[in-house]
Design a protein around this ligand. Structure first.
Ligand SMILES: C[S@@+](CC[C@H](N)C(=O)[O-])C[C@H]1O[C@@H](n2cnc3c(N)ncnc32)[C@H](O)[C@@H]1O
Length: 226
């Protein structure tokens, strides 16, 4: 589903999303669409259990074929959240709802199932009762800023075709100390390259050491960061 409307495998955007995802055991994507972020996490060997949900049956049929390792469900996202009230921080929920109509250029209809402003309020009201870690991606807007006041925000400029949009990651948790997937670490391609080079140079230095010396240093590092 490469060209799925609103899919998030956009260069620069998915890096920033994944670089904010903390360690977890259960990954829920409640408005999965093409499941672009789940696919990237799986490609980079995330060890989590994957739960993908979408209200559209034609979408969940495709998800079931593509994501053999995931549990796929087809229910309204707010209802699913209400079943996750007992989940703790071992669970991470990624939400990419259909955007509020007022934030879309020309108010375009994109999905078979869309959400009204009332649906968004119902969703946000359930989200605020969750204890697990939640990230919501949505264009900056008054409704989300008001309901999610106090949540951590990361702003990202995204180009869709030839239009720029200011999107926001709204998160109910602090900057993660450990990422689920660190393959995209870095603020941009230069920074990612710098980090990769630094890691390669350190690893090569370790490889060049006599085995016992190397094992001693590795043990000391593990002790310091346990
Ligand atoms: C912005 S798209 C998600 C795109 C996805 N992140 C990707 O990368 O492909 C929003 C999705 O929400 C689904 N949807 C709409 N209303 C829903 C609802 N009430 N509950 C669950 N899914 C819903 C739509 O079918 C659509 O696939």
């Amino acid at each position: 589903m490469k060209n799925y409307p609103g899919q998030k495998k956009i260069y620069g955007l998915y890096h920033k999303i994944i670089n904010q995802i903390p360690k977890h055991q259960n990954y829920y994507e409640v408005f999965a669409g093409s499941g672009a972020i789940a696919a990237l996490l799986i490609e980079k060997n995330s060890s989590a259990k994957f739960y993908l949900n979408d209200i559209d049956g034609s979408v969940t049929d495709k998800l079931s074929c593509t994501f053999r390792q995931a549990k796929v469900s087809k229910i309204d996202a707010t209802k699913l959240l209400n079943k996750l009230m007992a989940a703790d921080t071992d669970t991470f929920i990624f939400m990419d709802p259909p955007y509020l109509h007022s934030t879309r250029p020309n108010n375009t209809k994109l999905y078979k199932h869309e959400m009204t402003d009332y649906d968004h309020k119902q969703l946000l009201s359930s989200v605020l009762q969750l204890d697990c870690n939640v990230m919501i991606v949505h264009p900056v807007c008054e409704l989300y800023d008001t309901w999610l006041k106090g949540w951590r925000k990361v702003l990202i400029k995204v180009r869709y075709h030839n239009k720029m949009s200011l999107e926001c990651l709204y998160m109910n948790y602090d900057l993660p100390e450990q990422l689920q997937v660190d393959a995209f670490l870095g603020t941009d391609c230069w920074d990612r390259q710098r980090i990769k080079r630094k890691a390669t140079s350190l690893v090569n230095k370790l490889i060049a050491l006599p085995e016992l010396e190397r094992n001693y240093i590795i043990r000391r590092v593990q002790e310091n960061f346990a």
